[in-house]
Design a protein around this ligand. Structure first.
Ligand code: NAD
Length: 451
């Protein structure tokens, strides 16, 4: 089957490459000429494990092509996936201008039956809106269907996630479209992947509800961690024990500097906005946004508390991407922290295994280094912002010899604090710092101990 993927970003490129591996002939289209040229030369513009090999295989088998010519790609394809960005607008709603532009263009070049499958994350009602838009922009009436097929892959494990999803959601009102879409995902039948077939509206809401509940789990555990810092409890043990309850589960209970990335922040805000459109005040979603904003600030506040002031201090950020194994810095906590520290007069050193090219544009005023140790030279505080594997095995005796002041802030709790302290460092983490200023008489009055 010939299919087309419009938008070759994190989702479109991974989905296109994986669908070519499923046996489809995939035409990946993007407006960014440079990106398409690089892809044609065999360069992969994003960092994602296993993607380069998958693309090479697809190209070699002549099942994966790259182009900027949407009209030609539409002409050749039965199914056109839309995977363009739907970024946050200033009012928190999803900006649908790219997807509407593409739908209008597709309408103009449609000559026979097509399926438009929406992979981008879009508000409830978008499929209906696109159907209307396409009808209005067709030069003559031609049959088509719009399927809502939201994507759940995670950056950092995107290929694996696409090839082994927990479920596939297909929202549409056409048996014909449903049968064709099921056919595309047929290789997943072997893995007994559930296919949820539903309406467009339900499919659209499932995606926002899924991202928001994951964001809620993170914000919840971050709040519990903040309380642990105050009351002397250990968040690692709390989270572990919570996760043993099968109704809760162990995933997404890792405290840290707040969630980031291009999805959770914008999708929670978009859910609030969708609810507002129906005069519903989604209070829990609003709390997720507020807790996450505050959690990034917690890193700044705890660092300032440790250093006294940032003026004239050198701070090293290890990790800039919003999570490991990706070069994406969109909404990354490290970007927020770097901005605030710069404002307060700190000199920032930084190292990230993959995200420094992306960061240079966003954070031109920080100093980039080629490895963790050179980044730590002469600094007063090392903050581990992203839990890349290479930061899990730092040589602390070497670090001790090169930093100006031995302060480590392990925002992701990847180390055993007692070991680091024994090596002569001041050590901060998230929800494991017994720095209680307990007001609660049950907790023992003026503090349980400071480390
Ligand atoms: P991205 O910004 O990485 O990629 C979007 C691509 O679309 C870019 O390459 C851009 O040049 C291209 N584009 C924009 N306008 C176009 C047009 N008119 N014609 C052709 N190409 C055009 O975005 P992404 O992270 O891949 O996300 C895409 C969508 O998928 C969003 O709605 C997002 O919320 C959703 N999503 C993202 C993830 C994720 O982990 N990144 C996961 C699931 C769903």
């Amino acid at each position: 089957m010939n299919i087309c993927m419009v938008g070759t970003g994190y989702v479109g490129l991974v989905a296109g490459a994986c669908l070519s591996d499923f046996g489809m002939n995939v035409n990946c289209v993007d407006v960014e000429k440079d990106k398409i040229e690089r892809l044609k030369k065999g360069e992969v513009p994003i960092f994602e494990m296993g993607l380069k090999e998958l693309i090479a295989r697809g190209v070699e088998r002549d099942r994966l092509r790259f182009s900027t010519d949407l009209a030609e790609a539409v002409d050749r394809s039965l199914v056109i996936f839309l995977a363009v960005g739907t970024p946050e607008s200033p009012d928190g709603s999803a900006d649908l201008s790219a997807i509407e532009r593409v739908a209008t263009q597709i309408a103009g070049c449609m000559k026979e039956y097509k399926i438009i499958a929406i992979k981008s994350t879009v508000p409830v009602g978008t499929a209906t809106r696109l159907k209307k838009l396409i009808k209005e922009n067709q030069s003559q009436p031609i049959d088509f269907d719009v399927v809502s097929n939201p994507e759940f892959l995670r950056q950092g494990s995107a290929v694996e996630d696409f090839l082994r999803p927990n479920r596939v959601i297909l929202g549409c009102d056409s048996e014909r479209a449903l049968a064709i879409m099921r056919d595309i995902y047929r290789p997943l039948y072997l893995l007994e992947t559930p296919i949820v077939s539903t309406t467009n509206e339900t499919a659209e809401l499932i995606k926002y509800a899924a991202n928001s509940i994951l964001a809620l789990k993170i914000s919840f555990i971050n709040e519990v961690a903040n309380l642990c810092d105050l009351c002397g409890a250990d968040i690692n043990q709390v989270a572990k024990a919570l996760g043993m309850d099968k109704r809760i589960g162990p995933k997404f209970l890792h405290p840290g500097p707040g969630f980031g990335g291009s999805c959770f922040p914008k999708d929670v805000k978009s859910l609030i906005h969708i609810a507002e459109g129906f005069d519903y005040d989604f209070r829990l979603a609003k709390a997720i946004v507020e807790v996450n904003r505050r959690q990034k600030q917690v890193v700044v506040d705890k660092s300032r508390e440790l250093l006294g002031s940032f003026k004239g201090k050198r701070v090293c950020l290890l990790g800039l991407s919003f999570k490991p194994n990706t070069d994406d810095i969109r909404e990354a906590p490290a970007v927020y922290v770097a901005g605030k520290l710069l404002e307060e007069g700190a000199v920032i050193h930084a190292y990230d295994p993959a995200a420094m090219d992306a960061a240079r544009g966003e954070l031109p005023d920080i100093n980039y280094f080629d490895d963790a140790y050179s980044a730590c030279e002469g600094v007063d505080l090392v903050i581990i912002m992203t839990e890349w594997n290479e930061f899990r095995d730092l040589k602390f005796t070497r670090l001790k010899a090169i930093v100006r002041t031995p302060n480590i802030y392990d925002t992701r709790n990847i180390y055993d604090g007692n070991l680091i302290k024994d090596l002569g460092f001041n050590y901060l983490s998230t929800g494991r710092n017994i720095r209680a200023k307990a007001k609660n008489p049950v907790a023992g009055g003026e503090g349980i101990g400071v480390s």
